[in-house]
Write a protein that binds this ligand. Structure first.
Ligand SMILES: [Ca+2]
Ligand SMILES: [Ca+2]
Ligand SMILES: [Ca+2]
Ligand SMILES: [Ca+2]
Length: 439
């Protein structure tokens, strides 16, 4: 064989193995102690309409902070990535926790620029800890904003949304970017986990880009359920072509077990029903089932969803289950020793090792590793035709109390079409948080 041809062939043979690993691109640190940088991470979509997806990292700070308002760092995608934020936004008042949750809204005004929402779940405008959500359109407004001058976040937000009363924690979760009522305009869900007349927790639904008032409110079942702690809009799973959505209530009682947790699936439609299509129940007292969940199509053949009880399992250090379309558990993955809060974050990742199966990331932020107490871990499982229960990539946190793996998100098309990144957050107790960016 011609040696030159042989050399080219071996490169072709090696490439698939190179793709099976992921590489650290940047580690990015927060700016001040207890900023909780990396508490929330969101794929915004393309907010500046340049073809590359952009992302945001929330650094909301701690509740009752006396001097820190909360910040959101926006990173624009492109063929070069410096690791420096392109924009930094700041909340209104100390203790607001601006950046507690962030979501893409899709292009609600159809101008080609993707829009997005940021919450401050401890904002006090409607009463202490009422919460507030800010809607931003594309990038034009934030270009005129600067932390160093007096410009306020309310001057550049297109709309601001408030709860009915104080103590709701309105915006503890937010989800948008997909159309749930078939009017071709993406919609917005806002969780208020102490909201409602009976303090069950509620979810506000804003439809069709109309933010004057919610089109609908869905309530939890019982007082203290923390219904709406987590919300997520997913592609259609009910077969009618309309996107559906999940709501978690991780403190709900199940058969007398306090804090076992519940997870509800609601069907999108021209009329959205209060009645969930599917209810999944936690099994462990104080296990917090429904704290994290994800729709994971085409990871394993028999699996549709992943959900966790991060304080469940026999030892209370977490339990992760894989469920089929009917919400039945088909696989269970228990944590290894030293792993805590197993399943605190769960993230769907489209195929990265080119085997035409998607992947899933499981974070366990209070795990103890060689880096120290509660340094945290993140494990990536490459999908396959068979469930093996073995993780393919293990990433350890770097610092004690870093809580690496608290949050994670996949950002598609960040470097170019088809070249995405995985961003993992370590909001860190007692110091500035950090994120790691992998490609
Ligand atoms: Ca962009
Ligand atoms: Ca837009
Ligand atoms: Ca809609
Ligand atoms: Ca549907």
């Amino acid at each position: 064989m011609n040696p030159k041809i042989w050399a080219r062939l071996s490169i072709l043979l090696v490439i698939p193995f190179l793709f099976s690993a992921i590489d650290l691109v940047h580690r990015i640190n927060g700016s001040v102690s207890e900023d909780r940088f990396g508490y929330s991470i969101a794929n915004l979509g393309d907010i500046n309409n340049d073809g590359y997806s952009d992302f945001a990292v929330g650094a909301p700070g701690v509740a009752q902070s006396k001097n820190y308002k909360g910040r959101v760092y926006i990173f624009l995608g492109g063929s070069r990535f410096s690791g420096k934020p392109d924009y930094i936004l700041e909340g209104e008042k100390p203790g607001d926790r601006f950046g507690s949750a962030i979501t893409s809204l899709g292009d609600i005004d159809n101008d080609g620029y993707i829009d997005y929402a940021i919450s401050a779940d401890n904002n006090g405008e409607k009463g202490k800890n009422g919460g507030k959500v800010y809607i931003f359109k594309g990038i034009t407004q934030i270009k005129s904003y600067s932390l160093s001058d007096s410009s306020k976040i309310t001057d550049i937000a297109e709309y601001t949304l408030l709860p009915k009363r104080g103590s709701e924690y309105f915006g503890c979760s937010i989800a948008g970017g997909k159309d749930i009522n078939e009017d071709n305009i993406p919609d917005l869900l806002i969780g208020s986990n102490y909201g409602g007349e009976e303090y069950t927790g509620i979810v506000y639904i804003y439809l069709g880009g109309n933010f004057d008032q919610p089109a609908k409110i869905i309530k939890g079942e019982s007082m203290g359920d923390l219904f709406g702690s987590n919300v997520k809009i997913i592609d259609d799973v009910t077969g009618d072509g309309i996107s559906d959505f999940f709501v978690g209530a991780h403190y709900a009682s199940v058969k007398g077990k306090a804090g076992a947790g519940k997870l509800y699936l609601y069907s999108g439609g021209t009329i959205i029903s209060d009645k969930p299509t599917l209810t999944m129940n936690g099994e462990f007292e104080n296990g917090w089932f429904g704290y994290a969940f994800e729709y994971i199509p085409n990871v394993y053949t028999d699996v549709n969803y992943i959900a966790s009880s991060p304080r469940g399992g026999k030892e209370g250090n977490g339990d992760v289950v894989f469920l089929n379309i009917k919400g039945e558990i088909v696989h269970r993955l228990l944590p290894l020793s030293g792993v805590f809060r197993w399943g605190n974050s769960l993230t769907f990742i489209p195929d990265i090792n080119n085997d035409e199966k998607n992947e899933v990331l499981i974070g366990a932020p209070t795990s103890t590793t060689s880096a120290g107490f509660q340094s945290g871990i993140a494990n990536i499982f490459y999908g396959g035709s068979k469930f093996t229960g073995r993780s393919d990539v293990n990433i350890n946190g770097m610092v004690p109390n870093g809580e690496f793996g608290s949050s994670s998100t996949y950002i598609p098309d960040f470097f170019s079409k088809g070249k995405g990144i995985i961003v993992i957050g370590a909001p860190s107790k007692g110091k500035a948080g950090y994120i790691e960016v992998y490609r």
